[in-house]
Design a protein around this ligand. Sequence first.
Ligand SMILES: Cc1cc2nc3c(=O)[nH]c(=O)nc-3n(C[C@H](O)[C@H](O)[C@H](O)COP(=O)(O)OP(=O)(O)OC[C@H]3O[C@@H](n4cnc5c(N)ncnc54)[C@H](O)[C@@H]3O)c2cc1C
Length: 361
Amino acid sequence: MRSFSYGRPSDVRTALRMISDGEGAKFLGGGTNLVDLMREGIERPAKIVDIGRLALDGIEELPDGGVRVGALVRNSRLAADPLVRTRYPVLSQAILHGASAQLRNMATVGGNLLQRTRCLYFHDKAAACGKREPGSGCDAIGGFSRTSAILGTSGHCVAAHPSDMAVALAMLDAVVEVESLRGVRRVPFAEFHRLPGDTPHLETVLAADELITAVEVPPVPVAARSRYRKVRDRASYAFALVSVAAALEVRDGTIGAARLALGGVATKPWRAAEAEGVLLGAPATDETFHRAAEAELAAATPRPHNAFKIELARRTIVATLRRLRDEGGPDADGRDQGGRDQGGPDEGGPDQGGPDEGSAA
Ligand SMILES: Cc1cc2nc3c(=O)[nH]c(=O)nc-3n(C[C@H](O)[C@H](O)[C@H](O)COP(=O)(O)OP(=O)(O)OC[C@H]3O[C@@H](n4cnc5c(N)ncnc54)[C@H](O)[C@@H]3O)c2cc1C
């Protein structure tokens, strides 16, 4: 690890001054991603601004029924929050499907949104990666592509976005609040992460001197009946091959409201707008669910080792929607009322034993 300077401000203004004051400065949240990348020599900040002391760790109900979450709220606390578990079970489940209990106890909301890809070629300094070294190419294209994205890719990058939490936030139309010395701005979640295009190193619209201060989740009534389903190589402590965040409301056999987002298959948290268009107002049948999945996946570009993701995503979308239609709403741990989530043949299911138990490697 290279040497760097370190500061630990106790107010936002000072933190913003410190980040603006010099090239190559980075904020430190929980450190679970940044410190690993520094050890690997992939991130080389000259200065670390540790934001652990900032008063950004509140969870509050908004007058309109939404929820405001401070950027420093730990993932485990957000998943366990009673408001979140009741109003947005999909968000609680998505978080609990990520990483391990120890990591979730450290990881922050802001850091989770900015975690870097797990693409093998990004982590291999001997490989070409335009995300790591702008303009250097992409060895993942033509390489081992099992975990690569099939949606939102470009001729410069096929890296899948790794976050589970962000998939739920995309489904919920969250808003990211960011602050710099220039002021505060609010970024709709759909615009926060960027498609790679020919600038894969630019992963979000956040400027280098901007701090994420909060995430606001608006009131989404249909989200009270929502679910996160994650398919992965192991039952816990693994990134998604495919994940689905979904919410569904059925009235007299017709879909009155539907939300859908995908993880593991795309270069950013993927709101499935095409699928939602098919679902809304249609009969809540398996045939409709299949059509919705087909519509979303029509744009998929598979590579030699990840064509299986198309079928896997199709099945996972259909299974998740079917489950929401057929059964009572799951609780926040992703379990059905009265039993543990068996998950079906292609799903790892949530961590064994609940949010803080048994999920570590
Ligand atoms: C073994 C392992 C398994 C994992 N499995 C999963 C998984 O299955 N699913 C999943 O979703 N995640 C997984 N993760 C990733 C984990 O969720 C992230 O490491 C974590 O969310 C990052 O949060 P952090 O607060 O530690 O971020 P940090 O490491 O502190 O920061 C990450 C980045 O965000 C920036 N940053 C942090 N906070 C702010 C802010 N407020 N404003 C501006 N910039 C900021 C930092 O500068 C840095 O660039 C895994 C991680 C590990 C190590």
